[in-house]
Design a binder for this molecule. Sequence first.
Ligand code: CP
Length: 341
Amino acid sequence: MTSAENHGAAGRYPTGSRAFPHRDLLAIGQLERHEILFLLDEAEQWVEMNRRAAKHVDLLAGLTVINAFFENSTRTLLSFEIAGKRLGADVVNMHAAQSSVKKGETLIDTAITLNAMRPDAIVIRHGSSGATALIADEVDCPVLNAGDGQHEHPTQALLDALALRHALRERGHAAEDFTGLTVTICGDVLHSRVARSNVLCLQAMGASVRVCSPPALMPSHVEAMGAAAYTDFDEALAGADVAMMLRLQTERMSGQFVPSPREYHHLYGLTAARLAKAAPDAIVMHPGPMNRGVEIDSDVADMLDRSIITRQVEMGVAIRMACLDVLTRRRRGVEGWGEKA
Ligand code: CP
């Protein structure tokens, strides 16, 4: 019995590799709705295993995963490392600050170098939009985008969807997708790869998405993506089922986009009073890292009955285990996934 059938998902997506025919995971924008559902369902078994005392399998034994991070990370790097190790892979982390990138080696040459070491998967975070696709073109193994510039952060959107699905189930929401749900994403949308991936993922899952930011931080493509654009946070939050907060990404800003963190908090910070404008049991999310007192108040971030921020982190490991498992199935010769590579 496949894990999909285990979770009652039979019939919701094609069998074998047709459930996820891609070599790489570069963007939510590449994925069909059933492919997103498939990855979420695959992750459920790892949520269960990760809650047990013994959390190790030998599924990826003998395989090598390289985590190549050209930007700082806590959650994504650690959860990919933990995910690979819990699946039995040999995991190696390459931190750009200690690599030959600092000696002037190009991204392409770095990719060719990593490829020559015959990894079975490469996970990449890079500050330039499109860098992961560039590397994917140069290597022979699956590439997983761990965040590229302002473009996409697909595993973040997937783990957010998984965390939201779990929280909704606990609230008696029986549906497997997000039909009928209104999600408000508020913050520095212009610089946010998380916002883009989440707009695409949440909409694919059936949610209505409102995007809110100061005018200077609202990208022109939001409405073309199907989301509703707001500059007034109170309006954007009215009746919403989920408030997903984003930090100001000052490291990506050239110039000043908001007058001050204090003024930003006044207009766009999620306070308990503001949360009262949302649906009565609205769920609070944040991909992290948080700037408490700027985009979100501590009393909201730490609300045990509303905030699922730490659960998002928990689901990050399970989703990354699912992605590493699914993307290496062809190399491992898993039945129905093609000839061993
Ligand atoms: N959400 C997220 O990507 O966090 P890190 O930058 O810590 O990986």
